[in-house]
Design a protein around this ligand. Structure first.
Ligand code: NZQ
Ligand code: ZN
Length: 384
């Protein structure tokens, strides 16, 4: 187990009927005016918008709105919202939505105080020093962004999907009411599960770790697999939703990384190139395709861990190989309706060159095996 320091400042407010409390929390914190950020309108269909607006109104909190944040969010929307936030002198950002909205809100919160282009934070030219306080109402559990300091945004001009991390953009408070997620389409539930499973696996297959965290990891992954299957059949099963939501938060709020060297994260790099290349491909879908391919490529380095994973996550016994475990994972992805090859999402063999070029902008990456352009190309070829 490696040494570590663990500090997570986000207050997590979890459960039924918590969305309505947002106004009270803001008021208690002395916030009088917020920029309310949301996506393409799902919150207007499922009643969340109305609850938030009423709660703000009842507590005397003013709001200005920016909507239209798209999945795989883009930099131009971040720029637009920074302008609105400045013109209106808001005191905080209130993000209402999934990971795309929350990540955009983090960039807006940091960009508010920065004179240059906030893209500088994503390319390592600016180390965020200050940000507006961020409040979150999460309507889709997947990324863990509600309780971490990461923001992922695409610069649509350069086709770069990059991230920054900063202690200044951890949400002050995040509300997770599982009932708001009853309206999620089935494919989003599946992609959310695969994203969170992948976060845990990025740490599980790290070169360092501990038995305790491995057991927590295995428990989170098993919970995500079991609850996903229940939710697909019974979208309004509260216990399944609540377990699913909590599992996704714990997957990437620092807990699963304790005692590791920080995780491998190659599969995430490889995926970000896919969704930068084609923003219509969901992050979770891209991960279902590249993670098993990465496992195959490095299976010699992670063979023992794959066997442990097979036993403890899938209950495999007797003689079985690392390949059997990778196939089992792919079968589960297929079972819940996720794609497992690049072909299935419309990426051609010729596109692999372009994907390699995009991913290579961040290379070398990975701790299990340091990946360079040639390795990256080979993994995409396995994933084809
Ligand atoms: O835009 P609206 O209308 O709200 O619709 C959204 C969107 O179309 C819809 N949705 C959300 N909540 C809903 C709902 N539909 C019905 N009912 C609800 N309750 O779901 C669609 C997808 O939303 P999005 O926010 O894009 O999904 P997700 O939460 O998976 O976020 C994905 C983004 O997060 C990044 C990904 O790369 C991707 O850009 N990530 C962020 C991370 C982080 N900050 O730590 C880590 C991850 O690895 C990931 O990279
Ligand atoms: Zn992810």
């Amino acid at each position: 187990m490696e040494n570590f320091v663990f500090h997570n400042p986000t207050k997590l407010v979890f459960g039924k009927g918590t969305v309505e409390k947002i106004g009270e929390y803001l008021k208690k914190d002395g916030i009088r005016k917020v920029l309310m950020l949301y996506g393409g309108g799902s919150i207007k269909k499922n009643g969340v918008y109305e609850k938030v607006v009423r709660s703000l109104h009842d507590n005397g909190i003013e709001k200005v709105e920016v909507s239209g944040v798209r999945p795989n969010p883009v930099l131009s929307k971040v720029h637009e919202a920074i302008e609105v936030a400045r013109e209106n002198n808001v005191e905080a950002i209130l993000a209402v939505g999934g990971g795309s909205v929350v990540d955009s809100a983090k960039a807006i919160a940091a960009g508010f105080y920065y004179d240059g282009d906030i893209w500088d934070a994503f390319i390592g030219k600016y180390n965020v020093k200050k940000a507006l306080p961020l409040y979150v109402i999460l309507t889709m559990s997947a990324t863990g962004t509600e309780m971490n300091g990461n923001a992922v945004v695409t610069n649509e001009k350069t086709q770069e999907k990059f991230y920054f991390s900063s202690k200044h953009v951890y949400p002050v408070l995040s509300i997770v009411d599982p009932t708001t997620q009853y309206s999620l389409p089935a494919n989003q539930v599946v992609y959310g599960a695969i994203d969170a499973i992948s976060h845990v696996m990025e740490y599980y297959f790290d070169v360092a770790g501990s038995d305790l965290i491995d057991r927590i990891d295995e428990g989170i992954i098993k919970t995500l697999m079991e609850t996903t299957e229940v939710i697909l059949k019974e979208p309004e099963n509260y216990e399944a939703r609540a377990n699913f939501c909590l599992a996704t938060t714990l997957a990437l709020n620092g807990l699963t990384g304790l005692g590791t060297t920080g995780g491998d994260w190659s599969s995430h790099e490889l995926e970000h190139a896919i969704s930068a290349f084609n923003p219509d491909i969901a992050h979770g879908a891209g991960l279902a395709i590249v993670f098993p391919a990465w496992m195959s490529y490095v299976k010699e380095q992670i063979s023992e861990k794959l066997i442990k994973f097979g036993k403890n996550v899938f209950g495999m016994s007797g003689e079985f190989s690392p390949d059997d475990v990778i196939n089992q994972l792919k079968s589960w992805y297929r079972k819940v309706g996720a794609p497992v090859t690049l072909k299935e999402v419309g990426i051609s063999k010729e596109d692999i060159e372009k994907l390699t070029e995009i991913a290579n902008k961040h290379a070398p990456f990975g701790t299990v095996k340091e990946l360079k352009a040639e390795d990256i190309r080979k993994i995409y070829e396995i994933a084809y």
